[in-house]
Design a protein around this ligand. Structure first.
Ligand SMILES: C[S@@+](CC[C@H](N)C(=O)[O-])C[C@H]1O[C@@H](n2cnc3c(N)ncnc32)[C@H](O)[C@@H]1O
Length: 233
């Protein structure tokens, strides 16, 4: 279907955190730096993707651009896709400062981005997929499958739950983040679980497979952070 149905989920709305706000965008890197080693995370992703200088990579939910910029240093072209104009502007300013000119910026999301370049070698989405309800995750994965070349790779990382001990795991996750990043983070995680759409690993895996992806590797850290490397079949 080429046109967007009137009943399509409105992915431009901000659910939970407001990533459209400049204050939130400017605070994001510092807050996440307290509990993530983002540079190392991104290096690991690029290694898993075996990224090379002739690769084109799409990132959906690119946020402040940390991955897009790191990937642009390694690859021929990066498409940074986000529903937040503030996030895209922030990324663009950072990239220009670093003299990086091979990033295409697209104001769109999982359900609305139309890839107009050649099929991509890889697609990355990190800590963003939970913004879609499960039905729409299925539609989004089919769309992502269509953006990749045959054999292309999808790296999907997000808050994903192992159903065993799920409530205890979420509580331990909150306590650990609070220890690393201070008391404010607990409310963020509470809002995430209460208002956003993180789901079980078996749902994500069923959706990936039905969309035509083969799961090459899976890591479910502490039963709450899911990292999937998948290949387009
Ligand atoms: C938690 S941030 C993650 C940013 C970055 N990928 C990272 O790993 O830090 C989530 C990002 O997803 C974006 N987002 C939310 N819903 C989206 C959608 N439907 N399509 C694309 N991006 C979306 C938000 O604007 C925000 O920039």
């Amino acid at each position: 279907m080429n046109t967007i149905p009137s009943w399509q989920y409105d992915e431009m709305q901000q659910i939970g955190k407001d990533y459209g706000s400049i204050d939130e965008v400017e605070a994001y890197d510092e807050r996440h730096g307290k509990f993530r080693d983002v540079q190392r995370e991104n290096e690991e992703i690029l290694q898993l993707l075996a990224a090379t200088s002739d690769h084109a990579i799409i990132e959906i939910g690119s946020g402040t651009g940390a991955f897009a910029i790191q990937a642009a240093r390694r690859c021929s072209r990066v498409y940074a896709v986000d529903i937040s104009r503030a996030m895209l502007a922030y990324t663009k300013a950072k990239a220009e400062k670093a003299d990086i000119s091979n990033i295409e910026y697209r104001h769109a999301g999982f359900l609305t981005y139309r890839h107009d370049g050649p099929p991509a070698d890889a697609l990355v989405t990190n800590t963003a997929f939970h913004h879609l309800p499960d039905f729409w995750k299925g539609i989004a994965l089919e769309r992502m499958h269509g953006m990749l070349k045959h054999g292309g790779l999808l790296y999907l990382s997000d808050v994903v739950f192992d159903q065993r001990n799920v409530l205890q795991n979420i509580d331990a996750f909150m306590t650990n983040l609070e220890r690393l990043a201070g008391p404010g983070i607990r409310k963020d995680v509470e809002d995430h679980v209460q208002k956003e759409f993180s789901t079980y690993d078996w749902i994500i895996e069923g959706l990936l497979e039905r969309a035509g992806f083969c799961v090459v590797s899976k890591n479910l850290l502490n039963g709450v952070i899911g990292r999937y490397l998948c290949r387009k079949e």
